[in-house]
Each structure stands twice: as C-alpha cells, then as structure tokens.
Design a protein around this ligand. Structure first.
Ligand code: FE
Ligand code: CA
Length: 510
C-alpha cells in the first residue's frame, strides 16, 4: 500500500468502527411513521422522498442509537401495482432517523405514488409529481404558496383544503415551526420551552408534523421550501439573535440540522455546522423558473436595533440613516450574484422569486418622518433597489415575487423607486397571509395602503394560502381563506382574485 492508500484505509476502518450498528430486525414499540411522509425538490427526472422513523416523536423519536434500513417504492399508480423503482435507504441516528431518497430515472410531468417500509411497518402512501422536461412548453402550472403556521394559534384547516386543490406543487415560504409561544386565543399548545438544542428543535418539528392535515398536504404534492426566522429564532439575522446570544451559531447549527432532517431536501443541502445551502433554482419546462431564496443566513444585521437587542425595530431616516447605506445586503453578495445570473439566463415565460418577506415598501406614517419595520426588505432598501434594478436591466420574462412573514395578503406593483410614481413597474408581488399566525388590525392595513399607492390590496383578517394558476400568457392568483383558524373544520372561500397579463407587470382584479 502507498502511504496515501494506507492512510485512506485507516480512515475508512476507523469510520466503520465509529458508525452506529445496524438494527437488522427492528421491532418498533409504536408505529414508526408517526410524522408522515413528504416529497419535494422536483426535477424532470426525479424527486426527493422523505420520512422519519419516530415511534415516540415528541420525546426524541424513541429509537436506539442504531442505523435502520428503510425500503421505499415508487409506483405509477395509487394501488402500487406498477412499481417502477424501489430501493433501500439508511435511517441514521445522527440525522434523527430521517430518510432523504433522491429518486432518479422518472418520466417528466407525471404523477407517482410512493411509500416506505421499515420492519413490519408500512408508511402512508404519498403522491408526487415530476417537473415538465426542460425547454418544453408546458401549457399550465398550478401551485399554491403558504407560510407562517404557528401551531398554538390555530388548526391546519388551510392545509386540509390545500391538499384537496388541483395543484402540481406547494411552495412553503417559511415559519414552518415557531420557536416561541406567543399570540392570543391558543387552541392547542407547544411542549417545552423555546428550543435551543438539536433535541428540542427535533421535538418541535415532531409536534408540528404530527398534525394530520399538514401530513395530508405533504402527501398530496411535492413541496419547494425555504425558511424564515422562526425556524431558528425570531428576527435573527445571520449570526445575530434577538437577545444577542454569544453562542448563537451553535443554536443556529442545531436549528438548521433539524430543519434539514424534517424537509424533503437533497443531500447537497445537508448543513455543515451553522451553514446550510438552501437557495436554489427549479425549472418547470419552458413555463416557469422558481428562484428560491434564503433571506436569513447571509443578511446584514438589522439597522438601529433597540439598545442591547438584536432583531427588528421601527425606525425612521432622521434617527437611523444607517438603513439607507448602499452596501447593505439581505441575500449576501454571493446569493445576489447567483440570483442575477439566474434571472439573466432564464428562458421561461414566468420567473417566480420565492422568498420569505414582503418586498414592497410599506411606510408606516405619512410625511418625511415616515417609519419602517427594519426586519423586512424595508430595512434593506439599497439591496431591494439593486434587485429590482437587476430585473429592469436583465429583463427576465414576467417576474413574480411571492412572500410571507407579515401575516396579511398583500398585492403590490414593484417599482425600482417606490417614491416615484413615474418609476416603471418591473414586477408583481403576491405576499400571502398565514396558515394560522395572527394578522394585523385591518384599520392599520387600510392606512398602510393609503400611504403606499403601489400596494393594490392589503387584507389581514383571514388565514389561508394563495393558488397561482400559470399559463403562457396569463397568471391567475386566488387568495384562498378559511373562515376561522380556530375551527378545525373551517370552510374555505376565495377572498379575491387577480390577473397578471404576460408582458405587463402589475396585478388587476379578476
Ligand atoms: Fe410568521
Ligand atoms: Ca417571519
């Protein structure tokens, strides 16, 4: 053996010794697929299948520190008579016995059904769909987007209704879990304190994913996901937490790992310490490109926080000129350049910028002392102007911005300069309401709309999701809302519908 071979051999041998043993014939004390199944990150020839073995989900999972083999099947029919791929994956204790299978070799633009087996247990079946082939003119894409599902504040009736929609895809834009217990009129409770350790974050995901309606919505469609702040800590920015925790990156590493463990993401997203590659591009034939962004991990700290605190503040330009600094970034330089390259290179009819925040400027009080909330894009106006200017110059076809975070439905015309009504509208924004998280007083949103003429619609009274129906020359957006998140059986209705015509940015009431 050469020195190099010998060294590699010793490393491999040591790794084999250190690897957890295989539990060859697992016998589970309770049903191990308690958290359901999911699929995501669809490509024309493949998709990620996800599950996690957790017979005791709220207490660390309830499994020994051993690796467990999980079998998977993917079929062309719901009855699994026509299984076209199957295989084995290892559920490893260091990743909470989660499984991420990257299935390849599938046909484009078609439905598949999948399930898992471990020991004698069989998971529920899920349905998923591959993306259309690259460059092909898919005539239609229907997707829903949603965000913000504080568990204590409501039931997931919105997920149950979303699962019954005729969709190809769900896009989730953050606040999948909440680390904190807050808000009024709780209908159910989180366990334990605010999570800080990996074990605690895992238990919090398990609490959320134990909901049958959420499981139903995962089982119905593939999801694209990004995060916002509450997957880690309210208002965190890069390495800074709300309470200036000096060890925050240790906490962030735990939160990112738990996020990866519970989402249908590829292995390329698996975190290394406090870093995780989440942003990415997904094409749906020649019709749509999704630019999925990460607005948390790389951002500059919020401008002018309150004394001794991190996180958001309400600031004005007289007292906080730092807000306007030109070099401030929300996405980080690398992601910004990656996004601009992706916008330039795009040949699809629609370009969907899928991110976590409200992008439109929303000044809070009239006049020169107008105030801004520093955690959203309003805290990073130079970065927003760069992005909108890049759209104006690179001219990707039909840019649509979708977002969440603010817990109200908001439809806006995005201008490079929001203070100049002659500045061209370069993109259309649809910001969703929340699945459950409480909204803002309508009187305040009415005032906000009056003060910000590029905001066409702002309503925070109802919870729900948005259905986007894309055709080559037209996008129809339907704001779907439930009557009340406090009732598990709440019915659904359409609050308002908007059309965006191809080649003409800006939304019109449908
Ligand atoms: Fe939220
Ligand atoms: Ca948020």
């Amino acid at each position: 053996m050469s020195r190099f071979d010998r060294r590699s051999f010793l490393i491999a041998a040591a790794a084999a010794l250190a690897a957890p043993r295989l539990w060859a014939r697992p016998a589970f004390a309770a049903y191990p697929f308690s958290l359901g199944i999911a699929s995501g990150a669809p490509l024309p020839d493949g998709v990620v299948l996800w599950t996690r073995l957790a017979p005791d989900p709220l207490n660390g999972g309830g499994l020994p520190p051993a690796t467990i083999e999980v079998r998977w099947e993917i079929a062309r029919d719901a009855g699994f008579r026509d299984i076209i791929r199957h295989g084995r994956a290892l559920a490893e204790p260091q990743y909470a016995h989660s499984v991420h299978v990257e299935v390849e070799g599938l046909a484009p633009a078609r439905w598949y059904w999948y399930r898992f087996m471990a020991g004698d247990a069989v998971s529920p079946a899920g349905r998923t769909r591959t993306a259309p082939p690259g460059g092909a003119t898919a005539d239609r894409l229907r997707f829903a987007f949603a965000s913000c599902q504080q568990y204590e504040q409501g039931f997931y009736a919105a997920h149950r209704h979303m699962a019954a929609e005729n969709l190809d895809l769900v896009v989730f834009l953050g606040d999948y879990i909440y680390e904190s217990s807050w808000g009024s009129r709780h209908v159910r409770k989180h366990e334990g304190p605010e999570p800080a350790t990996l074990e605690q974050y895992r238990n919090r995901y398990a609490r959320y994913k134990s909901d049958a309606d959420l499981q139903r919505c995962h089982a119905a469609f593939p999801w694209l996901v990004t995060w916002d702040d509450h997957e880690v800590d309210n208002d965190y920015a890069n390495d800074r937490s709300e309470d200036l925790d000096p060890n925050f990156l240790v906490r962030r590493a735990a939160a990112y790992q738990a996020y990866w463990e519970h989402m249908p993401l590829r292995k390329q997203s698996r975190p290394a310490g406090p870093r995780m590659q989440l942003y990415g591009r997904y094409d749906f034939g020649g019709l749509a490109r999704f630019h999925v962004l990460d607005g948390r991990q790389y951002r500059d700290h919020q401008a002018c926080p309150r004394f001794g605190r991190g996180g958001s503040n309400v600031i004005d330009d007289l007292n906080c000129p730092a807000r306007l600094e030109r070099q401030r970034t929300l996405l980080g330089t690398e992601q910004e350049n990656w996004l601009y390259d992706g916008l330039s290179a795009s040949r699809t009819h629609w370009n969907i910028i899928a991110q976590q925040l409200l992008m439109a400027q929303t000044a809070r009080t009239p006049g020169p002392e107008r105030k801004f909330w520093s955690d959203g894009w309003d805290g990073y106006p130079a970065a927003r102007a760069r992005l909108l200017q890049a759209i104006a110059e690179r001219r990707p076809a039909n840019p649509l911005v979708i977002g969440g975070d603010v817990h109200f439905n908001c439809v806006s015309d995005l201008r490079v300069d929001f203070d100049d009504t002659q500045s061209p509208v370069v993109a259309t924004e649809f910001c969703g309401t929340s699945i459950t998280s409480q909204g803002q007083a309508q009187a305040r949103l009415d005032a906000l709309r009056a003060e910000n003429p590029h905001v066409c619609f702002a309503n925070g009274e109802k919870r729900g999701y948005v259905v986007m129906d894309l055709a080559e020359k037209r996008c129809l957006a339907q704001l779907r809302v439930i009557d009340s998140e406090k009732a598990a059986d709440s019915p659904i209705s359409t609050l308002a519908s908007f059309v965006v015509e191809g080649g003409r940015p800006g939304a019109e009431a449908a």
